[in-house]
Design a protein around this ligand. Structure first.
Ligand SMILES: Nc1nc2c(c(=O)[nH]1)N[C@H]1C(S)=C(S)[C@@H](COP(=O)(O)O)O[C@H]1N2
Ligand SMILES: [Mo]
Length: 545
């Protein structure tokens, strides 16, 4: 007894498990303070624009600062869900950091407030780093951080009062505290106070996130803004897509990818909101004459419509980061002709409103036989917000990362030996031609299929050169030529199918490869995406019953 009496009261009364349990209200105080900070900042950011949101800016900074292997992994592993995965990871890390600060506040409140402020300052820096943000965009973060600090102070304080040593086993002759109440009363009072504050904090944080997000839904309703943009009919319409462009096998994605299922890859956590009346494209740098064009001028030009397939360099073998659309726009070579690039320029550095850049070889963009577009329409509609509203670039034969700048506002004529672009800085090929590729869409991997007439079908592309042949083989058998759907043009993908008769029951695999119109055979060598797309043949395994 005398021995325990000399111990710290905390240790005297509680075992290690209980002590850990006693940290929970403190951790909770930290997490709630952080939730209030970010929730309120997110709500206030609705007044300043999506990129002023602390969370969005943090996500952007994480994307920008994370090593390219990690970005590459996220895109190839999670594809269109990469942003969700990012938010979930940020949530986990954020919760742990906030809980630790809360626990720190138990014994060292000042230090904890300092740590909280430091994190807030880092987040503020992330907000101010965004190219489209200015000093006023600091306001949401500042308001949120102020509230978070206050919450940490009040909640942390209440948690400490509640759990003051001695509360669980009040001595019979409990000392009166300064307030004239016994420790037990004081502790019960703190407990009520903590619970009340925590409930209020939770309500405010959850309410502002929910409200902020629904306001966001209004603000983000570029659908209505897009409806205001009335597309002119094309001066040069695209040829109608023949029925023969579809191979007619269920499970092969449609020849024209609907806008809402078109893959989306970009570094923008908040889709830039760019009203057509605020949009201009400035062509400058190594030019004889700087040119700026606004939306009214663009829509009055003779616009052309072209079917063009777009692919991502990060598409894994057999992946679905590829889509085909009918784009409406103005030929980029015509715009460049107005600006008259000087002889030493060899690259166009296109820049989007959110600061993202792509480097495109000038010779590709001045090529009059290539339908490179400054596009405003996608499958008969204005560009969806996620796909670059109100204007983007589409260049046949190059991967999106070196050409397909969405929300484009600038074309700078420059040189490859003078400037680099977003992904080039992260180890990717500066030029990025699309490689010959093919994919099996049917059967699905590990499917159970019938063997008398086994139908295999899929898609293939060899952009700007054209797909000449597609070959498949069953297990390690010989390559067999498949039936190809009609070619719409060399810039679009082609569907294909093949039937194997009387396949034995059991496990099998099928492999595909394409050959382009120049006789180049798709390489079977397996390679990662960096620096210029993954290679290797798509092979799937299935069972014949
Ligand atoms: N502003 C901007 N444009 C961008 C990107 C980006 O991150 N930011 N990503 C590019 C990449 S890597 C690809 S593959 C295509 C994808 O276009 P989509 O999302 O319309 O399919 O957009 C390109 N344009
Ligand atoms: Mo991409």
């Amino acid at each position: 007894m005398t021995q325990t009496a000399r111990k710290h009261p905390d240790q005297a009364h509680y075992g290690p498990g209980q002590r850990l349990l006693r940290l929970i209200p403190h951790a909770l105080a930290g997490v709630l303070a952080a939730a209030l900070f970010l929730g309120v900042a997110d709500l206030v950011s609705r007044l300043f624009g999506p990129t002023s949101s602390t969370l969005v800016a943090l996500g952007q900074a994480v994307i920008r600062l994370s090593p390219s292997w990690l970005q590459e992994f996220a895109i190839s592993a999670f594809g269109n869900s990469d942003k969700l995965v990012l938010y979930i990871s940020m949530g986990v890390v954020g919760t742990v950091v906030a809980a630790l600060i809360g626990v720190l506040a138990r014994s060292r409140m000042k230090l904890a407030l300092g740590a909280f402020s430091l994190v807030a300052l880092i987040l503020l820096a992330a907000v101010l780093m965004r190219p489209e943000n200015s000093a006023v965009d600091a306001v949401p973060t500042l308001i949120g951080a102020g509230l978070g600090l206050l919450a940490l102070l009040l909640l942390g304080g209440a948690a400490t009062g509640w759990l003051r040593p001695g509360d669980a086993h009040p001595a019979p002759h409990d000392l009166e505290t300064r307030s004239g109440r016994s420790r037990a009363e004081e502790s019960a009072h703190s407990r009520r106070r903590f619970i009340g504050l925590a409930a209020a904090g939770t309500a405010i944080a959850a309410g502002s996130i929910a409200f902020g997000r629904s306001v966001n839904a209004f603000g983000r309703d570029i659908g209505s803004a897009a409806a205001q943009l009335v597309l002119p009919s094309p001066a040069v319409p695209a040829a109608a897509i023949p029925e023969a462009a579809s191979i007619g096998v269920e499970g092969v994605p449609p020849f024209v990818t609907p806008n809402d299922s078109f893959y989306r890859i970009d570094t923008a956590l908040a889709v830039p909101e760019l009203a057509p009346e605020d949009w201009t494209l400035r062509i400058h740098g190594m030019v004889e004459e700087e040119v700026t064009i606004d939306m009214n001028e663009l829509l009055e030009l003779p616009l052309e419509e072209h079917h063009i397939t777009l692919t991502c360099v990060s598409n894994p073998v057999g992946g679905d980061l590829v889509g085909n659309a009918t784009w409406l726009g103005y030929p980029i070579h015509e715009l460049l002709a107005r600006a008259r690039p000087t002889g030493d320029a060899d690259m166009v550095l296109s820049r989007s409103v959110d600061g993202w850049t792509a480097s495109t070889p000038l010779e590709v963009l001045t090529d009059e036989d290539r339908e490179s577009l400054l596009a405003v329409g996608m499958n008969g509609e204005p560009l969806p917000a996620q796909h670059g509203y109100p204007a983007r670039l589409v260049v046949p034969g190059l991967y999106g990362f070196v050409s397909a700048t969405k929300w484009v506002t600038e074309l700078e004529l420059t040189r490859f030996d003078e400037q680099t672009a977003y992904w080039t800085d992260r180890g990717w090929n500066a030029r990025g031609p699309v490689l010959v590729a093919s994919r099996i869409d049917v059967p699905k991997p590990l499917a159970e299929v019938a063997g008398e007439e086994l139908v295999v079908a899929g898609s293939a592309w060899a952009q700007h050169v054209g797909v000449e042949t597609v070959e498949v083989r069953l297990d390690d058998g010989d390559w067999e030529s498949v039936e190809l759907a009609a070619e719409v043009n060399t810039d679009t993908w082609r569907q294909w199918k093949h039937t194997f008769a009387d396949v034995d029951s059991g496990r099998h695999s099928v492999t595909v490869r394409a050959i382009n119109a120049e006789g180049e055979v798709q390489t079977g060598e397996r390679r990662d995406s960096i620096p210029g797309s993954a290679t290797g043949h798509h092979r799937i395994e299935f069972r014949v019953s």
